[in-house]
Design a protein around this ligand. Sequence first.
Ligand SMILES: C[S@@+](CC[C@H](N)C(=O)[O-])C[C@H]1O[C@@H](n2cnc3c(N)ncnc32)[C@H](O)[C@@H]1O
Length: 282
Amino acid sequence: MILPTRIGLTRRGKPFFLVANRAMLPHQFLKRIFVTWNWRLVRSSSQYYHLKIGRYTIKLHPEYFHIIFGEWAEWKKYHLPPFSLKGATVLDIGAGCGETALFYFIHGVERVICVEPNPDLARVISENLCSNKWNAEVQARSFDTEMLNLDFDFMKMDCEGCEVRLLGADTLPSCVMEVHDEHILHALTSKFGLRVANSNMVGKNSCNNDFERRQFRMYYLGWRFTRVREKFRKTTGLRRFFYAIILVILEMHPDFASVYRARWGRVWETYYFPDKGTGEKT
Ligand SMILES: C[S@@+](CC[C@H](N)C(=O)[O-])C[C@H]1O[C@@H](n2cnc3c(N)ncnc32)[C@H](O)[C@@H]1O
C-alpha cells in the first residue's frame, strides 16, 4: 500500500496527506487507496520512483508516478474497450514512462508499441521494458498518421493535443483517446463518429453515449459543484460543514473527474470501436 509520509494542515486549516511529495486531500487519497491497495513503492529518489504492481516493477518520473496513481481508476473506466484485449497489440500514443503499457500488460495485452517523443522518457520506457521483459517496442518520435499503418489491434492516445493529426487520416482504428480541444472534438466526431465516453462505457444504454445529453449531465454536475463551492466559501460554522459534506459527495460521483476536467481542464475521454457495432456514426 502507498502510505502518506506526512499528515498536516494547509494554511486554510484543511487537512492534507503528503504522498510522494505531493499534498492531497484525505478523500482524494482514500479514493486512490481503494484502487491501489496492493501497490508498493520499492525505491524512490528525488528523480525517480520504483513502483511495484503485481509482478511488474516500473521506474517512473515523479510526475508520471502521480499520473498513474491518480488516473488508474479512470483508465479502467475509459482506456479499456468493452471487448477483450487478451493477446492483442496496443499502439500507445503518449506512452510517458511506460505506465500505460504496464496498465495494458496487466489487462492481458500481448504486445505494446510505445510512442513517446521525449527522449528521456523514451529511455525510461526502454529500461522498463527490459527489466520487466515486456513484449514491447519504443518509437521515440512524435505521432504521425503513418503509424496507423503499423500492425496493431487497438490504439490508446493521450498526447496533449497531437490527436489533431488524426484529422489528416482517412479512417480511425479502434481506439480510446483524450481530446484536449472542443473544436477538435467536434471535428473528430463529425468526421469519424468518435463518441464521448460515459461512466457505463458502451452497449448498455446508447442514449447515455449521446454527446449532447452527456454534455448536459456533465454541465449540470459541474454547475451544482460550483454553486455549492461558492456557498461553502461564504458560510461559516455548521452550515459550512454541511456544504463541505455536499462537496465531498459530489466529488465522489463517478463522473466527477470527467466533469471537472471537461469543465475546467477541457479534456474529453472518447472512444471509437468501428468493428464492434458500438461506435458507428449515427
Ligand atoms: C499526459 S502524458 C500521458 C500519460 C499516460 N501515459 C496516459 O496515457 O495517460 C502525455 C504524453 O504525451 C507525450 N506527447 C506529447 N506530444 C506528443 C506527440 N506529438 N506524439 C506522441 N506523444 C506525445 C508527452 O511527452 C507525454 O509523455
